[in-house]
Ligand binder design. Structure first.
Ligand code: ADE
Length: 310
């Protein structure tokens, strides 16, 4: 499962850059994508730049060019819910563009005209993984799920923040999440946004943002890292194979005989699957994978060790 991870600013992706291994770099539409491995998971990391257009382009490229199957946005936000403090975490239940306003034509603020859909729901499994990952953070840091707003504006006024809360029942505001959510929904790719509060989007927001962005970025990173770690731990068995390969069938029969369930990835059907195999340093199939470990060919004693490590 390849996961796209997006941050808007250098601070938001810095710790991922340090943690990633086997990284390869590709530049597309002016954005640099780092494909590699983190906590045993295949990830593609990038800095989208600030704002909804940057985030939308970046997300579409992650999906089209890198075939990511999940997208996580990581970063900082301004708190909108009055109970939130700087450093607290919001995991998106859904996202709305708060700055789209066609109200003179009778549409609600935030509503995209001539369509029913303008609230972008995050994936339930990813939400749960993020909330669970948050349980490992220090007590005192609130980790809540709630609505995240996005707009092409840095919100820094008490009146505006109150309006956002009343109008949208939102938890926080930032500048990218809803466009990531929309692009993911348009492509059928599950997503979640994980934001830590750098400020309260009020009159002090610009000062607090400068002071707390590093801390807040570290907190979002901690959640996403824990999510990746947890999903690696319950990683299933994947058999990269082709239909008519004798050794592939031997591996599958061997797993079946042991009662071990597994996912088959036919490398003839997807360039992405071929690349996944190559990333383990192998050219042919079968390749059997659990987390970040792989066994080439039909080798029962090695397979025994591999599935034992699960
Ligand atoms: N990101 C962090 N704080 C923000 C704010 N107050 N407004 C918009 N985006 C933000």
């Amino acid at each position: 499962m390849r996961i796209g991870i997006i941050g808007a600013m250098d601070e938001e992706i810095a710790l991922y850059m340090e943690a990633m291994e086997q990284t390869t770099k590709t530049v597309k539409a002016g954005i640099t994508y780092y494909a590699g491995v983190m906590e045993g998971k295949e990830v593609v990391l990038c800095k989208s730049g600030v704002g909804k257009v940057n985030a939308a382009v970046t997300t579409q490229i992650l999906i089209d060019t890198f075939q990511v199957e999940r997208v996580i946005f990581t970063g900082v936000a301004g708190a909108v819910h009055p109970d939130l403090n700087i450093g607290d975490i919001v995991v998106s239940t859904d996202c709305i563009q708060h700055d789209i306003d066609v109200s003179p034509l009778g549409f609600a603020p935030g509503q995209i005209p001539f369509t029913e859909q303008w609230i972008w729901s995050a994936d339930q499994d990813l939400i749960q993984q993020a909330i669970d990952a948050g349980k490992e953070l220090d007590a005192g840091i609130q980790v809540v799920s709630g609505r995240i707003l996005s707009g092409d504006q840095f919100v820094a006024s008490r009146e505006k923040v109150q309006w956002l809360h009343e109008q949208f029942q939102a938890h926080c505001t930032e500048m990218e999440g809803a466009s990531v959510g929309q692009v993911c929904a348009m492509n059928g790719v599950p997503f979640v946004v994980v934001r830590s509060m750098s400020d309260k989007a009020d009159g002090s927001a610009h000062v607090n943002f400068a002071e707390f962005t590093k801390l807040a970025s570290e907190r979002s990173y901690a959640i996403v890292r824990n999510m990746l770690k947890a999903t690696s731990q319950d990683a299933g068995v994947i058999v990269y194979s082709t239909k008519n390969c004798v050794d592939c069938n031997l591996v599958k029969e061997w797993l079946k005989a042991k009662g071990i369930s597994f996912e088959v990835r036919d490398v003839m059907t997807s360039r992405a699957y071929q690349e996944e195999v190559e990333r383990f340093g192998f050219m042919g199939v079968p390749v059997t994978v659990v987390g970040d470990k792989a066994v080439k060919g039909y080798a029962p004693s090695e397979l025994e060790e591999l599935v034992g490590s699960k």
